[in-house]
Write a protein of this length. Sequence first.
Length: 182
Amino acid sequence: MRRRFRRKPKKTVKIPQMRSNERIFADPIFLIDHNGDHKGETATSEARALAESVGLDLVEVSPKANPPVCKILDYGKFQYNQTKQYRQNKSQQKKVDTKGVRIGLRTGEHDLNFKKKQAEKFLTKGNKVKIDVILRGREKAHMDLGRENLEKFIKSITEARFKIEDAIKRSPEGFSVLIAPE
């Protein structure tokens, strides 16, 4: 049987829809005309008639104001600019990833140094680091050694400045801590 290629649907940007023209039920409204002049409080029917005479739409820009603020403008251009602004704001947001480093009770000195350098690299790039000490089998009887091992590992990280975001927590597998760059 042949597998079919299925395209993933495009991600659409969900921006809150503004009411326009006949969907505006508030009466009276505060009107801003197509030139940007404030006309003050007017009846909704008058504002619609004015918008139609100019060939544009009446759009409710601020519905929560008292009275609601409506503007005469091209609704298509308005939506386009809103999505453009939303995408620009989204691209400028800083995304912080959480990276993980796992060590054990019997992890060798060389491996600890390697994992320390890795954690420092993650911190300098601006990522948060979750450090886990994994205890297996009978090692779980020596929880105090696991905690000491984790504290010693945290103290060994010197090249990158960081702060402990979540304190050391006990989990069924051992201990974990979340550190973030300053």
